[in-house]
Write a protein that binds this ligand. Structure first.
Ligand code: ATP
Length: 298
C-alpha cells in the first residue's frame, strides 16, 4: 500500500471527561480533496489538530506521509488555515507572509501569495485593519505560502460573502488540480459538494459515513417531490403514502419521500389541481441530517 498523505489510526482524544474523538481511523491519499462534515462539537477541529501535530492523541496515532506530524520534516509539507488564527506581533500583511515563507524550504514568492489570496491592495495593512473576510484571506495566504503538499482548511468560508466564498472555492479547486491534498472541515454542504471528491461525516467523535457526495446522498435515497397546489392543506398532504416531511409556502409544496413512485401515484389519483410537478434527488443536506440523526441516541 502506498503511504497516505495523512492518516489517523484508531485515534482517540479525551479532554478530561469529554471524549472528542473515539478510535477514529481515516486515510487520505495524496491528491484527494476530503470534506469533514459534522454538527458542532463532532470532533472536526480536534481531528485536524491531531493531524497538524498541535495536539497529541490520547491513544492511537496521527501521521503525515507516514511520519509524526510534529517533526519539522512533516511540518514543511503541510499548511493550515485555522479558525481564529493568532498572528504574531505588530506585523503588516506583507511582513507576515515573509515571516511564514521563511519557515518553508520551497516557499512561493510573496507577490504570488498576495495575488492568490487577493490581498495585493492590503499588503501594507496591519491585520487589525482588515475586515473579517480579508482576515480569512490572510490566513489562507499564510496556509499556502509554503507551497505545501497538504492543506488543512478549518471552516474556510466562515464569514465570507458569496463572492469571496466562490473565489476561495476556485483557489481550492486550482490547488486540487495541481495535485495538492486538501482536508477541509465545513458546515456548508454546498461547499462540500462543490469541492470534495469524498465526504467524511463525523458525529460525536466517530465517523458515521464516508463516501463520495453522491454515495452519501444515495445512502438516504430520498427524493423531493415539488409542485404547485392552490389551497394546499398540509395535513392532507402528510397523509399521502410515503411522505416523510411536508413544507408548504403559499401554493408551493415540497414533499420529502423515500417512495416517490407510490407518492406520485396517489397524488395523481386525487382530484386536486396539482401543477408543475418536479421530482429531484434529495441534497447532501438531507443526507447529513438523516445520517447524524440515525446515529444519535434517541
Ligand atoms: N481544549 C479543549 N478542552 C476541553 N474540551 C474540548 C477542547 N477542545 C474541544 N473540546 C471538546 O471536544 C469536542 C469536539 O470539539 P471540536 O472543536 O473538535 O468539534 P468541531 O466538530 O470542530 O465543532 P465546531 O463545528 O463547533 O467547530 C467538543 O465536545 C468540545 O467541547
Amino acid at each position: 500500500m502506498t503511504t497516505a498523505a495523512v492518516e489517523l489510526r484508531r485515534a482517540t482524544k479525551r479532554f478530561g471527561p469529554v471524549q472528542a474523538l473515539g478510535e477514529v481511523s481515516l486515510r487520505v491519499e495524496p491528491g484527494e480533496v476530503v470534506a469533514v462534515l459534522g454538527p458542532n462539537g463532532a470532533g472536526k477541529t480536534t481531528a485536524i489538530s491531531l493531524l497538524l501535530g498541535l495536539r497529541k492523541p490520547s491513544s492511537g496515532t496521527a501521521r503525515v506521509f507516514g511520519l509524526d506530524p510534529r517533526l519539522p520534516a512533516s511540518r514543511a509539507r503541510i499548511g493550515a488555515m485555522l479558525q481564529d488564527p493568532d498572528t504574531p506581533g505588530p506585523l503588516r500583511v506583507r511582513e507576515l507572509i515573509e515571516l511564514f515563507r521563511r519557515l518553508y524550504p520551497r516557499a512561493l514568492p510573496a507577490r504570488e501569495v498576495l495575488g492568490l489570496a487577493r490581498l495585493q491592495d492590503k499588503a501594507d495593512a496591519y491585520p487589525a485593519q482588515l475586515s473579517g473576510g480579508q482576515r480569512q484571506r490572510l490566513s489562507f495566504a499564510l496556509a499556502i505560502c509554503g507551497d505545501p503538499e497538504v492543506l488543512f482548511l478549518d471552516e474556510p468560508s466562515t464569514g465570507l460573502d458569496v463572492e469571496a466564498r466562490h473565489a476561495l472555492w476556485e483557489q481550492v479547486a486550482r490547488l486540487a488540480e495541481a495535485g495538492k491534498t486538501v482536508v477541509l472541515t465545513t458546515h456548508n454542504l454546498e461547499e462540500a459538494d462543490a469541492l470534495a471528491g469524498r465526504v467524511v461525516v463525523l458525529s460525536r467523535g466517530r465517523i458515521v459515513a464516508d463516501g463520495t457526495p453522491a454515495e452519501i446522498k444515495a445512502r438516504v435515497g430520498g427524493k423531493h417531490v415539488r409542485f404547485r397546489l392552490a389551497g394546499a392543506i398540509p395535513a392532507l398532504l402528510a397523509a399521502l403514502p410515503g411522505v416523510d416531511r411536508v413544507d408548504v409556502a403559499g401554493e408551493a409544496v415540497n414533499l420529502y419521500t423515500r417512495q416517490a413512485e407510490d407518492l406520485l401515484r396517489a397524488l395523481l389519483g386525487t382530484d386536486w389541481p396539482v401543477r408543475d410537478i418536479e421530482v429531484t434527488g434529495a441534497g447532501l443536506e438531507e443526507a447529513f441530517v438523516e445520517i447524524t440523526r440515525e446515529r444519535s441516541p434517541a
